[in-house]
Design a protein around this ligand. Structure first.
Ligand code: GDP
Length: 309
């Protein structure tokens, strides 16, 4: 039973990454098999392939720079060794930041979920709740996105489906008040995890930043000892745009990790590397579909292997 679930996840990941793979792997293999010897020309073409896969210029240059160094140090002697070394370099980038989330037992853990509307925030919250419920944790939700009534309604549907509590106020209410009540409810119920949804309207950036800061102050005050993660939800489909969103949020709050959604339908999987390498934000979860089981903790090894299988 467990094996079947694991396989279907891997299959989804592999097929989801197939578009990125078509762009990245095929071209890299062609370059290695048919391109010039290891020289400036090859490095230039290699960099172009990475940039085309949404690696971002800086992280592409970093990978190529590291590979060049390995050649210089004679650790790569043949062109045929490049692919394996390339894979290792990718794993090194992804593991440079801690991408694990471990809930602290017997204590309240808080996930503050940020990101702009439409990226898959609500669905990811439901999936996260589902994952932790399956681990036997007590989960409660709070909807601090009081800007769109639809956000609360959507989350309500998920909370009912998952049979968990949701703290929500009517449209226009103070988001920090929702967070306050969410914390009180979580404490009263001895919850293991409180997941807080926040508004995602970047066009009023200043307000949003102030709102997030206020929410953080409430958490500091009311649940200072809680283990906290601030997770940004990003849509892998929009590549560099996701990168830009992450950058804006990171300037405002201390983002501790990313939830990358919609990796089942993108040719822009390379953005994973740009987010980790250039922004220093570890990927903590990835989503590869719309059902509850389609979100898993990020595993760099699994990700890179899926990209190259
Ligand atoms: P929000 O506005 O950020 O809260 O976005 P929603 O959670 O409402 O999601 C927007 C759309 O993206 C919905 O149709 C979701 O089903 C879909 N979605 C979310 N995550 C994934 C994913 O990993 N893969 C796919 N294919 N669709 C997703």
């Amino acid at each position: 039973m467990f094996k079947n679930i694991a396989k279907s996840w891997r299959d989804k990941l592999k097929s989801g990454l197939s578009k990125t793979k078509a762009l990245l792997l095929t071209d890299v293999k062609d370059l290695i098999n048919f391109g010039s010897e290891i020289n400036d020309n090859l490095w230039e073409e290699f960099t172009d392939i990475l940039v085309a896969s949404d690696f971002g210029v800086k992280s592409a240059q970093k990978v190529i720079g590291d590979l060049k160094q390995l050649v210089k140090e004679n650790k790569i002697k043949e062109k045929s060794e490049l692919l394996e070394r390339f894979k290792s370099e990718l794993k090194i980038i992804l593991d440079a930041k801690d991408n694990k989330i471990n809930l602290e037992n017997g204590k309240l853990n808080i996930f503050l979920i940020i990101g702009i509307n439409g990226v898959g925030k609500t669905t990811s919250i439901a999936k996260l709740a589902h994952n932790y419920l399956q681990e036997g944790k007590k989960v409660i939700l709070a909807c601090a996105d009081t800007f769109r009534a639809a956000a609360g309604d959507q989350l309500d549907i998920w909370a009912k489906r998952l049979n968990i509590d949701l703290v929500k106020y009517s449209e226009g209410a103070d988001p920090a008040a929702v967070v306050f009540d969410g914390i009180k409810a979580a404490q009263a119920r001895s919850s293991d995890l409180l997941i807080i949804d926040t508004a995602g309207r970047l066009h009023t950036k200043v307000n949003l930043v102030e709102e997030l800061k206020k929410i953080n102050r409430i958490i500091d005050r009311e649940a200072g000892g809680a283990k906290r993660e601030t997770l940004i939800v990003l849509d892998a489909n929009i590549g560099q745009n996701s990168f830009n969103q992450a950058k804006i949020f990171q300037e405002a709050v201390n983002v501790t990790g990313a939830v990358l959604t919609k990796l089942d339908s993108t040719a822009k999987g390379g953005i994973v590397f740009a987010i980790v390498e250039e922004l220093g934000i570890p990927i903590k979860f990835i989503g590869v579909g719309e059902s509850l089981d389609d979100l898993k903790e990020f595993d760099s090894n699994e990700f890179v292997e899926a990209l190259f299988e």
